[in-house]
Design a protein around this ligand. Structure first.
Ligand SMILES: Cc1cc2nc3c(=O)[nH]c(=O)nc-3n(C[C@H](O)[C@H](O)[C@H](O)COP(=O)(O)OP(=O)(O)OC[C@H]3O[C@@H](n4cnc5c(N)ncnc54)[C@H](O)[C@@H]3O)c2cc1C
Length: 383
C-alpha cells in the first residue's frame, strides 16, 4: 500500500481559491505566470542549511498517528444514562485540528445544561476540548493515562497542516465539509495564539518537487497557506528542481501542551491519572457527560476497527536559529512518506515516515540513516 492517498499535501491538486495569494515580503500578489525577476526583486536573506549528519543526531523518537481512513470521529453516542462524545482519529493532522475538531465536539453538547463533565485524554484533543468546555461554563475533570508529555501530541513534528487525515476514497462530502470547518476554526484560533507563550510562529515553508506544479496543492485549504510563488531551477539551492514557497504556522507541541495544561488548571480544571481498561470502566465514571479524546486508545476502548496506527519516526538535531524556513519533499521515501525539516527553537526536526498499520515502538536504525542521508542530499548544494 502506498502513502499516496494519505499524503494529500502532495497528491491533491486543486484550483486556486480566491484570496489565496496574499502579498508578503512587500511584493505584489503572486501569480502562476511569475517570471524569475519577481523572485530577484523579492529576494530574501540567504538560506542557511541545517548541519545534517549522523554524528549530530541528539535523539530519535517514535510516535503513532491515530489514523482513520474514513476520517476523524466526532459524534455523540448514548449508553443508557451516559452521553459519550467522541473526538478522535485525526491521523497526521491532529495537532493542527485541535481547536476546530474540539469545537465540533463541544457543539454536540450544545443542548445540555453545563455541569460536571469528564474528558478522557490529555493530548491536544483532550486539552482543547477541556478548555472550550470551561469557556462554555462546564466544570471539567480530565481523566488520563498519560500527562501531556507522554502523549502522541507531544511527538508531533509541528507544522500547521491538516493533512494525512483520511483516505479520499473513503469519505463523503459531509465529512470534507466538517474537516474544512474544523481546519478553519483551528487556523483562526492558532493565529490568535502566536508568540513564544504558546510556541506558535509564522514560518516560510518550501514544498520541493522534481516536476513543476501548475497549481497550489492544498486543496480547499489553499487560502490558509499564504502562497508566495514558485522557484524554478537556478533560483534556489534545494536538491529538488522546483520549490513552492508559502507561509504557515509552526507549532512547538511541548510549549503548546504545557501552556494549555496550565490554562486548564488556572481555570479550575483538575486531572485524575487513570488508565481505563475498557468501555465499561469509562462508562462507570461519575459524570454523565464524557468526552472521549483518547486518540489511538479509542480503538480498544470503543471497539473501532477503522482506527489504525501510522508509525512515524523523528530525528532531532541541535537547534540552529539561522534556519528560518521549513521544507517538505525530496528523498526516495517510497511507501513511507516524504521528507520534512522543521527548525524548532529547541531542536531541528527531520522526518519522513508514515507506516500505516505498524504498531511497533522501536526506533528503526535504517530509517534514521535514510532520513539523515536523504536530507543531507537535499541540502548539499548550499554554498
Ligand atoms: C511523528 C508524528 C508527526 C506528526 N506531525 C504532525 C504535524 O506536524 N502536524 C499535525 O497537525 N499533526 C501531526 N501529527 C499528528 C498528531 O500528533 C495527532 O493527530 C494528535 O496528536 C492526536 O491527538 P489526540 O489528542 O487525539 O491523541 P493523543 O495525543 O494520543 O492523546 C490521547 C490521550 O488519551 C489518553 N488515553 C488513551 N487511552 C487511554 C486509556 N485507556 N485510559 C486513559 N487514558 C487514555 C492518553 O494517555 C492521552 O492523554 C504527528 C504525529 C506523529 C506521530
Amino acid at each position: 500500500m502506498t502513502t499516496e492517498k494519505f499524503l494529500t499535501r502532495r497528491s491533491v491538486i486543486h484550483s486556486l481559491g480566491a484570496g489565496a495569494m496574499l502579498a508578503t515580503f512587500g511584493c505584489a500578489p503572486a501569480t502562476r505566470a511569475l517570471k524569475p525577476d519577481y523572485y530577484r526583486a523579492c529576494s530574501r536573506k540567504p538560506w542557511v542549511a541545517p548541519h545534517i549528519s549522523m554524528d549530530a543526531v541528539i535523539r530519535v523518537i517514535v510516535g503513532h498517528r491515530p489514523y482513520r481512513a474514513s476520517g476523524f470521529r466526532v459524534e455523540r453516542e448514548l449508553f443508557d444514562d451516559k452521553i459519550v462524545i467522541h473526538n478522535y482519529g485525526h491521523g497526521g493532522g491532529g495537532l493542527s485540528l485541535g481547536w476546530g475538531s474540539s469545537a465540533l465536539a463541544v457543539r454536540e453538547a450544545a443542548d445540555l445544561v453545563p455541569g460536571e463533565v469528564a474528558v478522557v485524554g490529555s493530548g491536544i484533543m483532550g486539552l482543547c476540548t477541556a478548555r472550550l468546555l470551561q469557556d462554555a461554563g462546564w466544570s471539567v475533570t480530565i481523566y488520563t493515562r498519560d500527562v501531556y508529555r507522554h502523549t502522541t501530541s507531544n511527538v508531533a513534528a509541528g507544522e500547521w497542516g491538516p493533512f494525512s487525515t483520511h483516505d479520499d476514497s473513503k469519505v463523503d462530502a459531509a465529512f470534507l465539509s466538517r474537516l474544512d470547518w474544523a481546519a478553519r476554526v483551528s487556523h483562526h484560533a492558532y493565529t490568535n495564539l502566536t508568540g513564544t507563550k504558546y510556541g506558535i510562529r509564522w514560518m516560510e515553508t518550501y514544498d520541493l518537487y522534481e516536476a513543476p506544479l501548475g497549481e497550489p496543492v492544498h486543496g480547499s485549504f489553499d487560502d490558509l497557506f499564504t502562497y508566495t510563488g514558485d522557484l524554478v531551477p537556478g533560483e534556489h539551492p534545494f536538491g529538488q528542481r522546483y520549490a513552492r514557497r508559502m507561509v504557515t504556522m509552526q507549532i512547538d507541541p511541548g510549549t503548546l501542551l504545557r501552556q494549555l495544561t496550565a490554562d486548564f488548571q488556572l481555570a479550575g480544571g483538575r486531572f485524575v491519572i487513570h488508565s481505563f481498561a475498557d468501555r465499561a470502566e469509562v462508562l462507570a465514571l461519575r459524570e454523565n457527560v464524557i468526552f472521549n479524546c483518547t486518540g489511538l486508545g479509542a480503538a480498544a476502548l470503543f471497539d473501532d476497527p477503522d482506527l489504525l496506527p501510522a508509525k512515524g519516526q523523528l530525528v532531532y538535531l541541535p537547534p540552529d536559529p539561522g534556519i528560518d524556513y521549513m521544507t517538505f519533499g525530496g528523498g526516495d521515501g517510497g511507501d513511507y512518506g516524504f521528507l520534512h525539516m522543521f527548525p524548532r527553537r529547541d531542536v531541528v526536526v527531520l522526518g519522513g515516515i508514515f507506516k500505516l498499520g505498524d504498531n511497533s515502538r522501536n526506533v528503526e536504525a535504517h530509517e534514521t540513516e535514510r532520513i539523515v542521508q536523504e536530507h543531507s542530499k537535499l541540502f548539499q548544494s548550499f554554498g
